[in-house]
Design a protein around this ligand. Structure first.
Ligand code: HEM
Length: 512
């Protein structure tokens, strides 16, 4: 049979829709799509804020949240009260006010990991670490609780050594002021320190290729994930190959796998005893029979630990290094407390002003203005009668943490805030409530209750040791971009990558 293109084209030229039925079908299809996307289980009859009645699809509602999530949440809390549904980046979520933090704290039927998986796992190549992060086996949990938390003391010396090494690498010993990009520097430092913590194998943890690739992954995955969240679940796989950041992420993850191949071979050959003091050996044993998951798990550990940690440390630097008195007081605290004793559990606990600075930076700059993400595994009725149907995704507003509803002058950074509260508190008050690692309904940057961040104790050690090195060894003058030190990306609070600093090596008063 011969193939005649001309004939086929002329046939289609003559094609015209004679019957109105296809138009009707299309209309019914659009109506069904519209109806499905507004369908919401709402047994408590809460206000629903998102798409306006005349809008087709959720694109505009999504854009509004992307442009001004904080403003929208604040105005909805004022207008509708403590609970409402809001269309966030890809679906309607139940938003609760801070009033609910304590009611949710130990509610296991409202699950964090399921919510994280719902947000991050997308089946797209390159995003495999998100799957590891949210696996049912809770391997990251186990590494954090059994390896890091149980042996915190054994990490002090490696953290000290690596902080010393990385600040010199990134900011050099140059005694003249030179310009650096603040966030980029912090990312490099965190990459190095976490590499030492999690891998602690000399052939690898100082390999700049792995260190750079892992920190690049953390940054790029946040951006690529954010772009993908604009698409419905079924479409993500199809659009990903056309998004440059997704393509970059995919090849970066392939590169990371290749880089870690010799480490896997070494581990396989070693027949390791389980040593819970070493996160790598602990992880390797837990992954018995799935060595290919090693790269994915290591990156997942980087994601949970220095995505939040690196952001926080950047905020600490721009907040501290714009206040000469605070710099001076922090330096004398380090000299007095750490002095010639060096770092240990007691001296780290004794850095009370520094603890206050970290807590205040986290108060003003939580990872997100909507925290405690959860999904209801079954229907939950809260003590005040609010019904949360099975499958409902929810978030709790942290607006009251960052403004002056609870904290006087709460929209201003005050590094002495928790230090002063501790000094003023009478003996009946538990002073531990002011610790950086303590959580409460008025300060839940680490979450609150049974699902709160288990890595916060390690994070506290790491932030303090690194900050001591930075304060003792460098003079820093920070330049804040004209748009401000941070911005909102949807509901995520992001330290501005354009933050710059002039840094120069100074002579430290004590050897750390
Ligand atoms: C300053 C640094 C950090 C910040 C700001 C942070 C923040 C958080 C937050 C907000 C949560 C969710 C809690 C909730 O919704 O109730 C979380 C969970 C978690 N974090 Fe962290 N984190 C930090 C450091 C770390 C480190 C160093 C590790 C371990 C290496 C870690 C491991 C985890 C794990 C495993 C979870 C999941 C908890 C669960 O499933 O119940 N985090 N973190």
């Amino acid at each position: 049979m011969s193939f005649n293109l001309e004939e086929i084209i002329s046939k289609y030229r003559k094609f015209e829709i004679r019957s109105p039925y296809p138009i009707y079908v299309l209309f019914v299809f659009i109506l069904c799509y519209w109806w499905r996307s507004t369908k919401l289980k709402n047994p408590s009859g809460l206000p629903v804020i998102g798409r306006r009645w005349y809008e087709l699809g959720n694109g505009k509602a999504r854009q509004r949240i992307r442009d001004d999530c904080l403003g929208i949440v604040r105005s909805c809390l004022a207008k509708y009260g403590d609970a409402f549904y809001l269309y966030t980046d890809s679906r309607y979520r139940l938003i609760l006010s801070g009033k609910y933090v304590d009611m949710l704290r130990n509610e296991k039927r409202l699950d964090f990991i399921t919510a994280l998986a719902d947000k991050l796992v997308n089946g797209v190549h390159g995003f495999e670490p998100m799957l590891s992060m949210t696996s049912d086996e809770k391997i990251l949990h186990a590494v954090t609780k059994h390896s890091l938390n149980r042996h915190l003391g054994t990490f002090v010396e490696p953290l000290n050594e690596e902080s010393d090494y990385t600040v010199r690498q990134v900011w050099t010993d140059e005694p003249e002021y030179h310009e650096v990009m603040l966030k980029d520097s912090v990312w490099k430092m965190f990459g190095q320190i976490m590499s030492r913590t999690f891998i602690n194998d000399e052939d690898f943890y100082r390999n700049p290729e792995w260190v750079n690739a892992s920190s690049e992954y953390v940054e790029l995955s946040a951006l690529a994930g954010y772009e993908l969240r604009a698409f419905p679940r079924w479409a993500k796989r199809w659009v990903a190959p056309f998004l440059p950041n997704c393509r970059k992420l995919q090849s970066l993850f392939k590169h990371i796998n290749t880089l870690l191949e010799p480490l896997k071979e070494k581990l396989e050959g070693k027949n390791l005893e389980i040593d819970s003091k070493s996160p790598l050996s602990f992880l390797h044993q837990k992954l018995d029979g799935q060595p290919d998951a090693l790269a994915s798990m290591l990156i997942a550990l980087c994601l949970v630990s220095y995505d939040g940690g690196g952001e926080l440390f950047t905020h600490v630097l721009h907040s501290v290094f714009t206040n000469d008195q605070l710099i001076c007081d922090l330096r004398s605290e380090i000299v007095n407390v750490v002095g010639d004793k060096g770092f240990n559990k007691n001296t780290l606990q004794g850095l009370i002003l520094m603890d206050s600075v970290l807590k205040e930076a986290m108060r003003m700059h939580p990872e997100s203005v909507l925290l405690m993400q959860r999904i209801a595994l079954e229907e939950v009725v809260l003590p005040d009668g609010l019904i949360i149907p099975k499958g409902t995704p929810l978030l709790v507003s942290g607006c009251h943490i960052i403004d002056d509803t609870i904290w006087p002058d709460g929209d201003k950074f005050d590094g002495y805030r928790f230090f002063n509260l501790r000094q003023k508190a009478d003996s009946s008050i538990n002073q531990a409530a002011y610790n950086f690692t303590s959580t409460s309904p008025d300060h839940f940057g680490f979450g609150h209750g049974s699902q709160a961040c288990p890595g916060r104790f390690f994070a506290s050690y790491m932030q303090k040791i690194l900050l001591c090195h930075v304060l003792m060894k460098y003079d820093i003058s920070v330049t804040i971009p004209k748009e401000g030190a941070w911005f909102q990306r949807g509901y995520t609070h992001v330290a501005h990558p354009g933050l710059k600093a002039q840094v120069r090596r100074r002579k430290e008063e004590i050897i750390l």
